[in-house]
Design a protein around this ligand. Structure first.
Ligand code: AGP
Length: 364
């Protein structure tokens, strides 16, 4: 992968299209079938230290923060360590309690985002152990952290992050599997996740082959007054990231909410001019999500679902391939990157350089 446009009209399109190869790269050389785990050479965290971790706190901004939210859920599920993500920009200003038993993880594509770097420096000053999940090799955050996992997405030129978001989520899956296998994740579950990881590149290629249909759907939804994005648990960070993507590149106003929170207020916004994009994985929350679709329909809301099978209550469904439940968020965001891209195209936006935004925010 290079800076050459390779026949694409925009870097965003090029980078979305590169994701099967990018995910292949983040996996390459890391899977250890013998012990049903992964090797993460740069982690600098031995098994005894990994077992002593009582909590994981993930810090990043924008898309990196959303990928960190996916990562926190994966770590909780696979390693059974309490984990959460917080915007690095907030963390550094709130005089947070720095706990010696917490493993801190800074996430960044560029490795140069000032808020994330400042959070790392503050943590280091207070004696915390900080790892990086970073794309750009040798960047400031990569240098300042104690170790970490490179994301290997390759150069990302478009201001709007796509392939790096996906690869970061996969890098977190690797880290979660690694921590899980050091702790209590069984060999069988390790094998199950590894098989799921191996399926990802082909499944991504399959999603990308559906681009024409997603472009048609973008044409139908691009003129919305505002868009609502909802998801539960694993679907929520996907909804948040998709909402950010749409805002950044198409300038269409969008809100992201946990589906379970709709009835606590945002349902008042639902009307035909405010469609909802619902992330509906085929997991143990499927019935709850279907009930949410019914609630939206009852208020005359239009629904575009991203799901593992057609959703009756939705006006349209983008069907994505099913993987292991824990890995579903990696795939479910990809059609929504295409939705944002084609909405922006339909609205004639400057896709690679959205107004008011810079690729990396290196100042306060
Ligand atoms: C992503 O589409 C955004 N442009 C933005 O939110 C970005 O993810 C954020 O500024 C963090 O950048 P970083 O990953 O380089 O630290």
């Amino acid at each position: 992968e290079s800076y050459d446009m390779g026949g694409h009209d925009t870097y965003m399109h090029k980078e979305i299209s590169e994701q099967a190869d990018a995910v292949d790269r983040v996996l390459r050389g890391r899977i250890d079938d013998r012990f049903s785990t992964v090797h993460l050479g740069g982690l600098n965290l031995d098994a005894r230290e990994a077992r002593a971790v009582r909590r994981v706190k993930i810090l990043g901004c924008g898309s990196a923060y959303h990928a960190g939210q996916i990562g926190a859920q994966m770590i909780e599920e696979l390693a059974r360590v309490p984990a959460d993500a917080e915007p690095a920009s907030e963390f550094r200003y709130r005089n947070a309690v720095v706990d010696p038993d917490t493993l801190y993880i800074a996430v960044s594509q560029s490795g140069e985002t000032y808020d994330t770097l400042a959070a790392v420096q503050e943590l280091k000053r207070k004696g915390a152990r900080v790892l990086g999940v970073v794309n750009v090799v040798g960047s400031a955050i990569a240098r300042e952290t104690d170790g970490g996992v490179y994301v290997h997405a390759g150069p990302e030129v478009c201001v709007v992050s796509t392939k790096c978001f996906t690869n970061t989520a996969v890098a977190f899956a690797l880290l979660a599997l690694h921590l899980g296998r050091i702790r209590d994740l069984s060999v069988a579950d390790g094998k199950r996740i590894i098989a799921g990881l191996r399926r990802l590149p082909e499944q991504i290629a399959g999603i990308l082959r559906d681009e024409e249909r997603i472009a048609e759907l973008a044409g139908e939804y691009a003129n919305a007054k505002s868009m609502m994005f909802v998801g539960r648990v694993r679907g929520f960070p996907v909804a948040r990231e998709a909402s950010l993507k749409l805002k950044e590149v198409s300038y269409v106003h969008a809100e992201a909410y946990p589906a379970s929170e709709l009835k606590h207020g945002p349902l008042a916004l639902i009307e035909p001019a405010v469609p909802t994009v619902a992330v509906v994985p085929d997991d143990d929350l499927l019935e709850k999500n279907r009930a949410t679709l019914e609630e939206i329909k009852a208020r005359s809301g239009r629904i575009l679902a991203v799901a593992h099978r057609e959703q009756e209550k939705a006006d349209h469904t983008i069907v994505v391939p099913k993987n292991e439940d824990e890995l579903d968020p990696v795939l479910m965001g990809i059609p929504l990157q295409l939705l944002a891209y084609h909405s922006a195209l339909a609205l004639g936006r400057d896709i690679d350089k959205p107004r008011n935004l810079a690729k990396s925010v290196t100042v306060e």
